[in-house]
Design a protein around this ligand. Structure first.
Ligand SMILES: Cc1cc2nc3c(=O)[nH]c(=O)nc-3n(C[C@H](O)[C@H](O)[C@H](O)COP(=O)(O)O)c2cc1C
Length: 239
């Protein structure tokens, strides 16, 4: 089993600890690839739109993005961990997600995403952990993923683990371990089920791409959809 982890900071703090608690269950059985942001995707998307219009390999940050994209595609499970920064995910995570906008369903989603599973772990000192999780889930679901598990918690005391009351530490650890146990029981040999919402999005985009292709058969996204067979009878959730 392969797990790809995206850490929204390089800090070995609470988020890191929470993510480690989750991964503990999988350490002996999984091949784990981790990315730390901003180190592994250090620049902002500048909005040139080259990825959409000319291909992702034209992005100035392709050397970073191709590694992340490959690891995400190959993973049986994606884990994304983030603290809340001003009520949202970190700027580094947002910058990485911006770079992967070309993987959103209206553009060129990876077929692998439709049958993949993901886990989102977020925390905040007092508030914002849920909106930080939503920032990440928006991308995961628009990449095509249906089976997304999530756990979020508030520290309500201190941002240093050893200063958090023991009772709170135990509650945090127990919630994360519960999720890890649940996820570890999944039969990863079986693909995740694509839900109705993902299929609805797919068919709406398919309609849009069919129209765009009539106007311009050379349009990159249309050509991709056509090559995948999605404009015809092929569906990414079917073998
Ligand atoms: C720039 C910045 C912004 C933050 N914004 C929030 C926030 O909006 N709400 C909140 O409850 N905590 C906020 N925090 C605290 C973090 O969510 C987190 O609890 C803290 O950084 C400890 O996590 P870490 O050890 O993984 O960095 C912020 C921290 C930083 C560094």
């Amino acid at each position: 089993m392969k797990i790809t982890v995206i850490n929204a900071t390089e800090i070995k703090g609470i988020t890191f600890r929470a993510k480690e608690m989750f991964l503990e269950q999988f350490k002996d059985s999984a091949e784990i690839t981790e990315f730390y942001l901003p180190k592994d995707c250090p620049s902002f998307c500048i909005g040139c739109k080259s990825c959409f219009l000319r291909g992702e390999d034209k992005c100035k940050d392709f050397e970073y993005i191709q590694k992340i994209d490959k690891a995400l595609k190959e993973a049986d499970l994606i884990v994304m961990a983030s603290p809340a920064y001003v009520f949202h995910t970190t700027g580094a995570m947002k910058a990485m997600l911006d770079h992967l906008a070309y993987r959103w369903m209206p553009h060129r989603p990876s077929k692998e995403m439709f049958t993949k599973r993901a886990v989102v772990i977020t925390q905040a000192l007092g508030a914002g952990e849920k909106s930080a999780a939503k920032d990440i889930k928006d991308s995961l679901s628009w990449w095509g993923i249906s089976e997304i598990y999530s756990t979020s918690f508030k520290l309500m005391s201190d941002v240093v683990w050893d200063k958090i009351p023991e009772k709170k530490q135990i509650a945090i650890e127990s919630n994360i371990k519960k999720l890890a146990t649940k996820v570890s029981k999944i039969d990863f040999a079986k693909p995740a089920k694509t839900n109705l919402l993902a299929k609805l999005k797919f068919f709406m985009v398919r309609m849009m791409q069919t129209g765009l292709g009539k106007d311009n058969p050379e349009y990159l996204d249309f050509k991709y959809w056509k090559e995948q067979g999605w404009i015809d009878k092929v569906r990414p959730w079917k073998k």
